[in-house]
Design a protein. Structure first.
Ligand code: ASP
Length: 354
């Protein structure tokens, strides 16, 4: 569905530059890609000035390759967003692609009551190169962050009122996205939720799929992310020693269990007993499929049923990134295991289909 939209007279957009390939340049000596500053980045995209937006910016010093992203840096981003919330209409976060889906998911849970666009983008090739995808990605993200609803009861409100990833030809919900390619200019995809907008000659918004927020609700930060949560992958050949060692890591409160297909795992008693013991000891185990598309239906096969019997909670069709950061956020709020287990299969910010 294409919609009638408009851009406010002089949109106030804040660019948060965290790093990533988009802002990298070739080191003359080694040939390796190293990050460069926000000013260099903007000098390389003079077209940004032609948008006529009122731009402000915050930059990480030094910028980071997103493989070094972590909960403390997510907190910094969330705090910058909150500190400028009344002065800007939208945000564009320039970020490396490698962990962009984790950051987008984490921010979705951290920014409670968000009613403005927070658009993450980056690129596969650095903006300084002759052939690259960064310029178009930045310009498009800025335009999306400035877009307003033109007609109806919500006229004048931001078109996007959530955390989203704009990359290549699509806008995806942040907490539904996954990096699917290390080379394709369409690096991201949301396998279980439709695109929020498609970009070709026009930017076509799919208003039915965009999240709608209460505009008069204040933004509340929930930035404490527990690091007592991890990911365990199930694979043919997994041994009891390896599984038990991970589950028994001191201090851990919960794990995302990455299973096969519709949420299946080995049914050998050593496996189910080890899992059941972990649940009995108070840990929250959430079942997420290793398949990029589809989700967990624990009761579909006996192999999934056994996990449900052992006390594993279904993660339905959440991405691994969303499940991990959601659990970090819930434990970070000080909730107990029973409440975390109860909330994991419930949609908080549109991260799962219920
Ligand atoms: N390693 C880079 C990063 O994630 C890759 C990229 O930006 O695409 O920061």
């Amino acid at each position: 569905m294409s919609s009638n939209t408009s851009v406010v007279a002089k949109p106030r957009i804040m660019i948060i530059y965290t790093g990533g390939t988009i802002g990298m340049i070739e080191d003359a000596k080694t040939g390796a890609l190293v990050p460069f500053t926000f000013d260099h980045l903007i000098q390389n995209v003079p077209k940004i000035g032609r948008l006529g937006f009122e731009l402000s910016h915050y930059e990480f010093n030094p910028p980071v390759d997103s493989s070094n992203m972590n909960p403390a840096l997510w907190k910094t981003i969330a705090e910058v967003i909150a500190a400028h919330y009344d002065q800007v209409d939208g945000y564009v976060i320039l970020h490396g692609t490698d962990t962009m889906a984790y950051t987008a998911s984490a921010l979705s849970f951290m920014l409670e009551g968000l009613a403005k666009p927070v658009i993450l983008t980056g690129s596969q090739l650095p903006i300084g190169e002759i052939r690259e995808d960064g310029t178009e990605n930045v310009i498009t993200a800025l335009q999306i962050a400035a877009e307003r609803i033109e007609q109806g009861l919500r006229a004048g409100q931001p078109m996007v009122q959530e955390v989203a990833i704009s990359f290549g030809r699509h806008l995806w919900r942040g907490c539904r996205s996954t990096k699917e390619s290390s080379t394709d200019f369409g690096a991201f995809r949301s396998f279980n939720y439709p695109s929020l907008a498609d970009m070709d000659l026009h930017i076509t918004y799919h208003q039915d799929f965009l999240r709608r927020a209460e505009q008069d609700k204040p933004l509340t930060l929930q930035t404490d992310m527990s690091e007592t949560v991890g990911i365990i992958s199930v694979y043919p050949g997994l041994t009891q020693a390896v599984l038990a060692r991970q589950l028994e890591t001191p201090g851990m409160q919960g794990f995302v269990l990455r299973t096969f297909g519709a949420g299946n795992a080995p049914t050998a008693s050593w496996f189910t007993d080890t899992i059941a013991d972990a649940v009995k000891s108070g840990k929250v185990l959430v079942n997420i499929t290793q398949c990029p598309a589809g989700g967990v239906e624990q009761e579909r096969y006996a192999t999934g049923d056994a996990l449900a019997d052992a006390g594993v909670i279904t993660g339905l069709d959440m991405t691994c990134e969303a499940a991990l950061t959601k659990m970090m956020s819930l434990f970070g709020r000080g909730l107990d295991a029973a409440r975390v287990a109860e909330l994991m299969p419930q949609s908080l910010v549109g991260e799962l289909s219920d």
